[in-house]
Design a protein. Structure first.
Length: 268
């Protein structure tokens, strides 16, 4: 089993820890939970899912992979301690938002870096994670990372790291757009006289069924839209309002704005 250290055991760090254990990628004995806060250390110890250590612990040097799941603003100080114990052959997997590979390499004086962008559904192993890697990473180490990330959903390798800003805008932030649209579908149902729970059930199942249809079917999105839209019917009436308000253009403009913000927030 692989030896793994997770630095920063907040929500995302624990999601990975539990997922790796569930899929038997590692064991409790081979999983290090790296935490500096004493109170948090006690809480992690009580969970009994791995060995709780500090960032200066020599056990980190025995790990095949070290996961950075800390806030980007905390990384620079942490790196000063981590680079003293990290093994030259270890892969560092960063899920720190907007922190570029070259910056991590420079701070750790370590070449083997993977930068990943997961999204919220990793909580239920239905996430989408895109990742890029430093040129120094060999194929076998890339596959190690792929196997780890795949325990939380689908993965996608991007050769060009700069594309992760677009990934952040589309799939990283994407669940919020979905929830936003769902909220107003439910609100619309309530406005039309449906009870909230009825409106919620209708909206959720409609979204779920529609996803499985496009995921398993052969038609394009335009063809599926057309298949629901009868001339002079209810769907056409709704789509007319969407088009009059240029909803398609609004969505594209919004995501371009998110991508630009991701670029502005990048730590280089």
């Amino acid at each position: 089993m692989k030896k793994i250290a997770i630095i920063g055991c907040g929500n995302m760090g624990l999601i990975y820890a539990n997922s790796f254990l569930r899929y038997k990628i590692t064991s409790k004995e081979n999983l290090l939970l790296v935490e500096k806060n004493t109170e948090r250390q006690n809480s992690l110890s009580a969970m009994n899912i791995g060995k709780v250590v500090t960032v200066t612990d020599i056990l980190i040097s025995h790990c095949d992979i070290v996961i950075l799941a800390v806030k980007p603003q905390d990384f620079k100080d942490l790196a000063q301690d981590l680079k003293q114990v990290i093994n030259p052959n270890s892969v560092v997997l960063s899920i720190m938002a907007g922190t570029e590979i070259s910056f991590i390499q420079a701070q750790l004086n370590h070449p083997l870096i993977v930068r990943a962008m997961p999204n919220l559904p990793v909580e239920i192993s239905m996430g989408m994670t895109a990742y890029s890697a430093s040129n120094e990473l060999a194929h076998d180490k890339m596959m190690l990372v792929e196997n780890l990330l795949s325990t939380t959903g689908r993965t996608l390798y991007l050769k060009e790291e700069k594309q992760l800003n677009a990934v952040t805008a589309l799939s990283g932030s994407g669940p919020a757009y979905f929830f936003y649209f769902m909220k107003y579908l439910v609100d619309a149902g309530i406005s039309m006289g449906l009870d909230e729970h009825v409106s919620s059930i209708l909206a959720k199942q409609t979204m779920l069924g529609s996803f499985h249809l496009i995921n398993n079917g052969q038609k394009t999105l335009d063809e599926y839209i057309a298949s629901v839209t009868s001339k002079g019917g209810t769907t056409e009436a709704a789509l007319k309002i969407f088009n009059e308000h240029q909803m398609g253009s609004v969505i594209v403009t919004a995501l371009l704005s998110a991508e630009q913000r991701a670029e502005e927030l990048s730590i280089k």
